[in-house]
Design a protein around this ligand. Sequence first.
Ligand code: PNW
Length: 443
Amino acid sequence: MAFTFSRGDFPADFRFGAATAAYQIEGTSFGRVGSTHWDTFAAGPGNVVNGEDGRVACDHYHRWGEDLDLVRDGNFDVYRFSTMWPRVMPDGRTVSAEGLDFYDRLVDGMVERGLSPNLTLYHWDMPSALADLGGWTHPDVGKWFADYTEAVIGRIGDRMDAVATINEPWCVAWLAHFLGGHAPGIRDIRAAARAMHHVLVAHARSLEVMRSAGQENLGIVLNFEHSTPASEDESDVLAAKTYDGIYNRWFAGAITGGAYPADILEVLEPHMPQGWQDDMAAISAPIDWLGINYYTRSIHEAVPGAVWPAERAVPGDLPKTAQQWEIYPEGLYGFLMRLQREFTGELPIYVTENGMAGADPGDAGLVDDPARIAYFDAHVGAVKQAIADGAPVKGYFAWSLLDNYEWAFGYDKRFGIVHVNYETQERTPKGSYLAFQRALVRD
Ligand code: PNW
């Protein structure tokens, strides 16, 4: 099966990439790595499918050469990766030469293969030493993250094509501190409100460090989810709007306009750290590009009498991925147009993640993934349409290069365009990988 698009349908400078994240692929038992809050969270009962963690993952720590070959041979231009905080700083503060050496080799490997390195500094692997002090709720987290930024950029910044500070602040703050679904698994409005602000303060401090070091092409990666009301009922419309506010408008508004949305701020303000207003100028300091991760839409209804936000998601009737996420490419088109209109104007946008968990039942037939090919085809089509309609989209990166540790879903849900056999660590390109390889051939 082939894609209906090819490289030639896009502007000459448009770039295709494949993406991963350190904790999901490297294996924390290889090399010297401090504990992360994900190790702790995964060990807690009921947090992660089968209690699985990232100790072995895809053993990318030893197999990175082969993995970079796959990115190059798939005809991708960009490799989006992240550095692991507790590999760089096992105790959260002291730099490990061994950790930086690993990333130095890895980046040289990208350059040797002609790949453009797109670095994400934080993809969720908070060192336990810092998490134990309060992590994202601690007022000093911005300073900790700035020190970590300095260490990483000082070593590999010279070869980066682009750098993002933080991956998906909504997951870092709300999912992890209000919904309890990701590490550290807190369910508390006060912790959540603090994390919602501190994660952006950390972005700001990191950006400052990189600007003063002369680092170029800096951004942040936000996730967006299209939210639809369950009915035309006023209360359901409000439920969907509130969800959109927490998930989408909070971060986009702060980064691009220096202001939080009034409807959400009204509720979170009493729980926010004192003097938060003073941080807004730094939080909205200009960035050079915005990364957006898009997967799905969700449908929301009001839950009368429940605590704020008093809403819940209800199942919709669109085709779904193995994770029960509805497939809704129109949402990606919608966000690309809406961002430009409401938030980002002509700021370059990269789709830094998009992809699907397959319904892969076991090891047999895994590499045949027509549903994933159709998913990518529809979403890349949405990007193409948005560009035709004037949206400044400059790139599209597939999530993910490899089947990997899918957080609360453990190894059960497979997002890879390359299959990983977790017994042998053998990599096998899936149909979707071969479809990219053909569509992205350069003439
Ligand atoms: C993103 N949600 O995670 C991450 O950036 C990736 O590391 C991850 O593998 C990928 O998407 C697929 O899940 C998300 O609950 C996890 O809304 C959860 C949610 C959204 C994004």
